[in-house]
Design a protein around this ligand. Structure first.
Ligand SMILES: *Cc1c(COP(=O)(O)O)cnc(C)c1O
Length: 196
C-alpha cells in the first residue's frame, strides 16, 4: 500500500520487483498512477478503499483490481463503466467480518449477492475476497472466519481464489489462514503521517 508516498517510491518499488501496489483514495491514486506510467513503470494498481459511485469512472481508468466492492449497487456501477477496458476489471468483494457496516464491507446475504452480481457482470471478473480484521478482534479469529467465507465463495465460484487479508501488524495470522495477498504499507515504506 503506497498511499501518502510519492510516485517516485512506487517507481523504486517496481524496480525492486514489486508487481502490485495499492491505493485508497482516488484523487491521490489517479495522479500517482499517471506519474508512474510516465516514468515507464507498469505495476498493477489495486484500489482498496471506500469507493463512491461518482469516482467509479476515474478509478476504472487506472485500476487493474478493485478490492473494496461491498454492495450490489457498487458492482453494478463498475459493470456499467467497465466496457471498453482492454481487460476485465478484477473485483474482490470486501467482507465485514464482524457484520458492522461502519467500516465498509458486506456481510450475510449482501456478501453473496454482491459476489453474484460481480460474477454475472460483463467486464468484471470476480477474484475473491478482501477484509480488514475488526478492531479488538484477535487476528487469528478474524482470519479464520474469513477463510470459512472464502471456502464458501470458491465452492460457488471456483476461479475466485484470492484472499486479500493482513497488513503490517497482522500479516502472519492472515498468511496462516490462507491469505493470497497481503497489503503492506508501514513495514515497507515507514510510518505514514497521520492523515485521518
Ligand atoms: C493502508 C492500508 C493497509 C496497509 O496498512 P499498514 O499497517 O501500513 O501495513 C492495508 N489495507 C488497507 C485497506 C489500507 O488502507
Amino acid at each position: 500500500m503506497t498511499k501518502t508516498y510519492p510516485a517516485s517510491d512506487v517507481v523504486l518499488l517496481a524496480g525492486l520487483g514489486v508487481t502490485d501496489v495499492g491505493e485508497n483514495r482516488d484523487q491521490e491514486a489517479a495522479a500517482k498512477a499517471a506519474e508512474v506510467r510516465a516514468a515507464g513503470a507498469t505495476p498493477r494498481w489495486h484500489f482498496v478503499g471506500q469507493l463512491q459511485r461518482n469516482k467509479v469512472k476515474s478509478v476504472i481508468g487506472y485500476a487493474d483490481v478493485v478490492e473494496s466492492v461491498d454492495s450490489e449497487r457498487l458492482a453494478q456501477a463498475l459493470a456499467r463503466a467497465a466496457p471498453g477496458r482492454p481487460a476485465p476489471l478484477e473485483v474482490l468483494v470486501q467482507v465485514s467480518i464482524d457484520g458492522d457496516p461502519e467500516r465498509g464491507g458486506a456481510a450475510g446475504d449482501d456478501l453473496w449477492r454482491t459476489a453474484d452480481a460481480v460474477a454475472g457482470a460483463d467486464g468484471l471478473r470476480l477474484g475473491g475476497l478482501m477484509a480488514v480484521a475488526p478492531l479488538g478482534w484477535e487476528p487469528d479469529r478474524a482470519f479464520e472466519v474469513l477463510a470459512g467465507l472464502a471456502a464458501r465463495l470458491v465452492a460457488a465460484h471456483p476461479a475466485a481464489t484470492a484472499v486479500s487479508a493482513g497488513m503490517s501488524g497482522d500479516l502472519e495470522a492472515a498468511v496462516r489462514h490462507g491469505a493470497t495477498h497481503v497489503r503492506i504499507g508501514t513495514s515497507l515504506l515507514g510510518m505514514r503521517n497521520p492523515l485521518r
